[in-house]
Design a protein around this ligand. Structure first.
Ligand SMILES: [Zn+2]
Length: 156
């Protein structure tokens, strides 16, 4: 079966310039589509594995630490009310983290983002709202990369 995330990783150098945030040794950070949550990233494991507990321990620790480094960068760049770090994989069973910075002015800030994203599936206006940030994707990327560089984020 074809895995969309493995597929994405094989053509990481062809990704649009407003999508690739950072290449870590054990994962790749992409800017997600839902930029209402300004700074929302998906951190994809370089190895295809379904469950975190199936990863070799050293790889898992390094992958987890990369998620922490990216979390710090998101926090320093956008100062969210709260950062939601989620590892689900129900739709794509290849280990990846969703890092959703939650805005203080989000009327749904007490709820998981998935309820709003489910509405966006059925409602074009809601979809547009959730894909739109006060900042351009370019600006969001620049801020994230700057925060990662400041931290000395590792590269392959
Ligand atoms: Zn995969």
């Amino acid at each position: 079966m074809k895995c969309p995330l493995c597929d994405k990783l094989t053509r990481v150098h062809q990704l649009p310039d407003d999508e690739l945030v950072w290449q870590f040794p054990f994962s790749v950070a992409l800017l997600g589509p839902w930029q209402y949550y300004t700074g929302y990233c998906v951190l994809i494991s370089r190895v295809h594995i379904t469950e975190l507990h199936q990863m070799p321990t050293d790889v898992r620790i390094a992958y987890f630490e990369e998620m922490i480094v990216l979390s710090r960068a998101i926090e320093s760049a956008f100062e969210p009310r709260k950062l939601n770090c989620e590892s689900l994989g129900n739709q794509v069973p290849h280990a990846h983290w969703h890092l959703f910075p939650r805005r203080a002015d989000d009327p749904d800030h007490l709820k998981p983002v998935w309820l709003a994203l489910d509405r966006a599936d059925r409602d074009e206006e809601e979809k547009r709202r959730l894909q739109t940030s006060p900042l351009s994707r370019r600006m969001i990327l620049d801020r994230l990369r700057e925060a990662l560089r400041t931290q000395g984020a590792p590269t392959p």
